[in-house]
Design a protein. Structure first.
Length: 370
C-alpha cells in the first residue's frame, strides 16, 4: 500500500503546489496595485515591501489560501482519477474508499497543524511587524510606534491607567495618571510626567505626585522630583495587549479571528468582569481559533464524494464544484461568525457551524457513493 499512497500523494501534491503558489502570486499582485501609493508615501524600499508581504501572509494563508488550495487540488485530483477509472479499479481490488482517502486526510492533518502554528506563533505578531515596516522610513523617529490617549482598567488589581502617550518600542509613557483602589478601601492617585519600564519595575520621574484619600478624611498629597521606582503586575506587554484589544472594532472583529488563543485566554484571565458584548466577541474568536485547524479535514471530507463518483467526469466539473463549495462555505462561515460576534449565536456554535455542516454534508454524500 505504500506504493499506492505515494502515487496518490504525488498526484495531489503537484496541483496543490500550483494552487498555493498561484493564489499567493495573484493576491500579492492585486494587493500591490491597491497599496503601491501607500508604500510610496511611506518611502519604502523594494526589500521593505517584500518583507511587508512576508509578515502579512499568515492571515491570508490560514483563512483562505490553504483550505481553498487543498479543496481545489483534491477535486481536480480525484476527478482526474475517476475520469480514467483509476478509483474504480482500486476499489474493485478490495481497497475501501476510506483507505484510499488516508493520504488525503494526512495532508489535511498536516495543513491543520500548520494553520495552528501560524495562528499561534506568527499571526499574533504580524500586525505589529507590518506597522513597524510601514513606519521604518519616517523622518521623525520619535513618532514611531506611539499610541496616544489610552485608558485601561485592570479588574484584577483594581487600577485605572490613563496615558497621554505610550511608545511600543521603548515602553515609555508620557503623562501617566494611575488610580488604585487599595485593600482598605482608600484611593491612591499618582501622576508622573514620564515613566519608563526597566528590569521588572516602572520608574516614575519628572514631577511625580501622589495623593491618597481615605473615607471622608482630607487627602494626603506628596510630591517629588526624584525618580520613584514602582513594582506593578502590569507590564509593557500588558499595555500592548490592551492597545491591541481596545483597537478591535466590531466591524473588524466580524471579519474573522484576529488574536491567538494564548492572547485571548490571557486577556480573559486579566478581565474577569468585561461586558457581555465584548466577552461574546472574544469567546467567538477563541472558538474560531480552535475550529480553524479542523477546516482542512472538513475540506477533505466534502471534496471526496464530489470527486470519487464512479464514471468518467470532466476535470472542469471538479473545478466548478470547488468554486461552488468555496463560496457556500465562506458565506456560511462569515454569517455564523458575525452572528456569534453580535451575541445572536453561542460562540461555540458560531465558530464550529461551518465545519459541522461541511462534515455532515460530506458524510451524507459519501454514504451514497457506489
Amino acid at each position: 500500500m505504500r506504493l499506492l499512497d505515494r502515487y496518490l500523494l504525488r498526484e495531489l501534491l503537484v496541483p496543490l503546489g500550483y494552487c498555493v503558489g498561484g493564489f499567493l502570486i495573484c493576491y500579492t499582485a492585486f494587493d500591490l496595485m491597491f497599496q503601491i501609493n501607500r508604500f510610496l508615501e511611506a518611502h519604502l524600499l523594494f526589500w521593505d515591501i517584500v518583507e511587508y508581504y512576508v509578515v502579512t501572509l499568515p492571515e491570508l494563508l490560514i483563512d483562505q489560501v490553504l483550505p481553498v488550495s487543498l479543496l481545489l487540488a483534491l477535486l481536480y485530483t480525484t476527478t482526474n482519477h475517476s475520469r480514467y477509472n483509476e478509483l474504480t479499479a482500486m476499489r474493485a481490488a478490495g481497497i475501501g474508499l476510506w483507505r484510499l482517502a488516508a493520504p488525503y486526510f494526512a495532508v489535511g492533518a498536516v495543513f491543520g497543524l500548520v494553520v495552528f502554528l501560524i495562528g499561534e506563533f506568527w499571526l499574533s505578531t504580524a500586525d505589529a511587524q507590518a506597522r513597524a515596516i510601514m513606519q521604518r522610513r519616517q523622518s521623525d523617529p520619535g513618532q514611531r510606534d506611539e499610541s496616544s490617549k489610552l485608558t485601561f482598567y485592570n479588574e484584577a488589581t483594581r487600577r485605572h491607567w490613563n496615558l497621554d502617550r505610550f511608545n511600543r518600542r521603548t515602553s515609555e509613557i508620557l503623562h501617566l495618571k494611575l488610580k488604585s483602589t487599595l485593600p482598605d478601601g482608600s484611593i491612591q492617585t499618582m501622576y508622573a510626567s514620564n515613566v519608563l519600564y526597566r528590569g521588572d519595575q516602572w520608574l516614575l520621574y519628572n514631577e511625580v505626585t501622589w495623593m491618597q484619600k481615605t473615607n471622608d478624611l482630607a487627602p494626603t498629597i506628596s510630591a517629588t522630583n526624584a525618580m520613584l521606582p514602582l513594582r506593578l503586575s502590569e507590564t509593557p506587554a500588558w499595555i500592548r495587549s490592551e492597545i491591541k484589544f481596545n483597537a478591535l472594532r466590531a466591524a473588524d472583529a466580524a471579519k474573522g479571528p484576529q488574536f491567538s488563543m494564548r492572547e485571548i485566554l490571557d486577556y480573559l484571565h486579566l478581565h474577569s468582569r468585561i461586558d457581555a458584548d465584548k466577552k461574546a466577541r472574544l469567546l467567538t474568536q477563541l472558538q474560531a481559533d480552535f475550529a480553524r485547524p479542523f477546516t482542512s479535514l472538513a475540506v477533505v471530507l466534502i471534496a471526496l464524494p464530489f470527486g470519487a463518483r464512479a464514471g468518467r467526469h470532466n476535470v472542469f466539473v471538479g473545478v466548478a464544484s470547488s468554486i461552488f463549495i468555496c463560496f457556500g462555505y465562506f458565506i456560511l462561515q462569515k454569517i455564523s461568525f458575525a452572528l456569534g460576534q453580535s451575541g445572536r449565536l453561542p460562540p461555540m456554535l458560531a465558530a464550529w457551524l461551518p465545519n459541522i455542516v461541511c462534515c455532515g454534508t460530506g458524510l451524507v454524500l459519501l454514504s451514497r457513493v457506489r
